[in-house]
Ligand binder design. Structure first.
Ligand code: NAD
Length: 489
């Protein structure tokens, strides 16, 4: 990717509007969260540029054959996959420096795994039935043949959070493009360059037609508000906080857009009384430290039998001591920084308030320099109704909550506004599965089972969201259904 640079050598990335890479009149900085240093500058998209992006997406949808030419879309997705693979190492270095993702994590969920989402949808499109027969009916003395055709849903606004920009961009872009939609993609204010790099790659190394994919960056909310209210947008696909999701749902209601929301979580890890404590303590400690706790589906509450609370808390604390954290560029680093000083202050404030509310700080609760690192933190004796047990922290902070019996564990697990994920550990797998069925969440892991993959639908119950990303269901979100009938002749 040939990107202009500033005198300091930092990158200045460009927007993608109607097939052209364009600079912004103004830019805003993106900082390396591990050092605080400047990574580069992102364009501050103006309202006029955002409108131009939406108009280009509308034009490409209404006046080209993108929405109807399935074979062309398969070729474009194949090419996009190849381009991503060819430029993977450039994306890796940017993802490490801008997002604070560890090198280890870029070999999984932060980069390498998400590329397979593009492969999955290219392959799915080769066989996915766009037509379905629903049988004949008799009406007014005439037989009528009826069938369903699946059509592209229209212009999509795709809005990203900061934490997994590659995964979340591709989980929206690939199925939207497979469905025949056109897209305006907006990166997050804290990690805009990684998303702009995807736009540059599409412009320079794929044959995706002008206007089909547009990529914007902005440090404020005006562009996002336009993307969720503009009458030319048909679908909003949003990933971010529940608070912003509420605002978006309300904003999009005026024009009755289809709104898909992937929001926050407060998932529970439940240790049943027969669980292997040593193995699960490692799982709990290392699990909450993935990407420094900045993951929507991480299990941030550990529910344990009251009688074994102290023993388990001590083992989890010991396991947390083995988490190697710091410089994300180092291949052995397991946990990198939080995204910003603001996020670190938020996490630290919640930990301090938890202690004031009666929780025990077993380990952590400290900032580390340079950059925005925060030590793996364990709080025990946490009240299930307290702020730290109810609200999303988005940091490496695990709350240990004692329960009385299995029913009590289910009640506590279901007691937040969220319903994204969770996990249960028991030596009796059938008992664990039976308990998992009682938890209201969109994904669930039994004894450490890994559900994640391009073909696995992911999404939330309750205020964790609406809809499913990835899998066949992820494609269907971007399709409209038209029912046809014609007399049998
Ligand atoms: P955020 O809600 O602050 O911002 C997300 C995006 O929304 C950003 O691009 C932001 O610019 C934009 N935005 C803000 N206000 C807007 C408005 N009024 N209209 C339109 N767009 C607006 O989220 P964040 O802090 O970047 O990300 C962290 C959150 O994302 C966490 O709550 C996390 O759980 C959630 N998340 C959910 C999933 C999931 O799949 N469920 C995945 C990753 C992250």
């Amino acid at each position: 990717m040939e990107t202009p640079t500033m005198e300091s050598g930092a990158a200045v990335k460009r927007l993608l509007i109607d097939g052209k890479l364009v600079e912004g009149e103004q830019t805003f900085p993106s900082r390396n969260p591990a050092t605080g240093e400047l990574v580069g500058e992102a364009p501050e998209a103006t309202r006029a540029q955002a409108e131009a992006a939406i108009e280009a997406a509308r034009r490409a949808f209404d006046t080209t054959d993108w929405a109807t030419d399935v074979q062309a879309r398969i070729r474009s997705l194949d090419r996009l996959y190849d381009a991503l693979v060819e430029h993977k190492e450039e994306l890796r270095e940017l993802t490490i420096s801008e997002v604070g993702a560890t090198r280890q994590l870029t070999h999984g969920a932060q980069l390498d795994d998400p590329l397979e989402i593009v492969r999955f949808y290219a392959d799915l499109l080769r066989t996915f039935p766009m037509r379905e027969e629903i049988g004949e009916v008799e009406s007014m003395g005439q037989r009528h043949l009826r069938w369903i055709e699946k059509e592209a849903g229209g212009v999509v606004s795709a809005i990203l959070p900061y934490n997994y920009p590659n995964q979340l961009a591709l989980a929206k872009l690939a199925p939207a493009l497979a469905a025949g939609c056109t897209v305006v993609l907006k990166g997050a204010p804290d990690t805009p360059l990684t998303t702009l790099a995807l736009g540059e790659l599409i412009a320079e190394h794929t044959d995706i037609p002008p206007g089909v994919v547009n990529v914007l960056s902005s440090s404020g909310t005006e562009v996002g508000e336009l993307l969720t209210t503009h009458p030319d947008v048909d679908i909003v696909s949003f990933t971010g906080s529940t608070e912003t999701g509420r605002r978006i749902m309300a904003a999009a209601s005026r024009t009755i857009k289809r709104v898909f929301l992937e929001l926050g979580g407060k998932s529970a890890m439940i240790l049943l009384d027969d669980a292997d404590v040593d193995a699960t303590a490692m799982f709990a400690a290392f699990g909450i430290c993935v990407h420094a706790g900045q993951g929507c589906a991480l299990t941030s509450r550990l529910l344990v039998p009251r009688a074994r609370h102290d023993e388990i808390a001590a083992k989890v604390a010991a396991a947390m001591g083995k988490v190697r954290y710091g410089d994300p560029t180092h291949p052995k680093t397991y946990m990198g920084p939080l995204i910003s000083e603001k996020q670190r202050d938020k996490v630290d404030g919640m930990v301090k308030r938890a202690v004031e509310a009666g929780a025990t700080l077993v380990t952590g609760g400290e900032k580390a320099e340079p950059g925005f690192h925060y030590a793996p933190t364990l709080l025990s004796n946490v009240d299930p109704d307290s702020e730290i047990a109810q609200d999303e922290v988005f940091g490496p902070v695990l709350a240990v909550i004692p329960y009385e019996d299995d029913d009590d564990a289910v009640r506590i697990a279901n007691s937040t506004i969220y319903g994204l994920s969770g996990t249960v550990f028991s030596r009796d797998q059938e008992r664990a599965i039976a308990l998992a069925r009682r938890i209201r969440s969109g994904t669930f892991s039994i004894n450490g089972g890994n559900y994640f993959g391009a073909n696995a639908p992911f999404g939330g119950y309750k205020q964790s969201g609406i809809g499913r990303e990835m899998g066949v269901q992820g494609l269907e979100e971007f399709l409209q259904i038209k029912t046809f009938a014609a007399p049998v002749v």
